[in-house]
Design a protein around this ligand. Structure first.
Ligand code: NI
Length: 173
């Protein structure tokens, strides 16, 4: 397994739509393994392939309590159903270090995907897991959590990110 570097906003890489996966084969499993390792190291609870500059419809998630591991790998995730009730969660993103905002999303979802073993699976999710799956699925279409908040708050966060990038950029880069 390898640690991958995480693309930070603002970056056009994060705004691109991702391609579907034909089969979850060894190459995709290696990507899932590397993404999980990168997510755990960050640490984070979810990561989407475009965040490691790979434009495939792959996400990894683990919302289990700290110290436990219960990874979920999803390829080509599709929402089959969303609840009418919505939920407000404070969200962050590994591509936006130290930035958080409250986002409203459907409270419960049903999602179909190809799992780590290339099997079609359907799960129902609520609470944090539902929020996390929707956040990561958005990434596959170039949508970021800041796209769900007010323009004012979004431009504040993006300004901070641009400053962070300039401050952190190595000389000559
Ligand atoms: Ni994110």
């Amino acid at each position: 397994m390898a640690l991958l570097s995480i693309v930070k906003a603002p970056d056009p890489i994060l705004k691109k739509k991702c391609y579907r996966v034909d089969t979850v084969d060894d190459d995709i499993r290696r990507l899932m393994d590397d993404m999980l390792e990168t997510m755990y190291a960050a640490p984070g609870i979810g990561l989407a392939a475009p965040q490691v500059a790979v434009h495939r419809r792959v996400i990894v998630i683990d919302v289990s309590p700290t110290g436990e591991r219960d990874p979920l790998c999803l390829a080509n995730p599709e929402l089959l159903d969303v609840s009418d009730e919505s939920n407000l969660h404070e969200e962050g993103c590994l591509s936006f270090p130290d930035q958080y905002a409250e986002v409203v999303r459907p409270e419960r979802i049903r999602v179909r995907f190809l799992d780590y073993h290339n099997e079609i699976r359907e799960i129902e999710a609520g609470g944090l897991l539902a929020t996390c799956i929707q956040h990561e699925m958005d990434h596959l279409d170039g949508i970021l959590f800041v796209d769900h908040i007010s323009m004012l708050k979004r431009s504040m966060i993006l300004r901070k990110m641009t400053k962070q990038k300039k401050a952190g950029a190595p000389a000559g880069a």
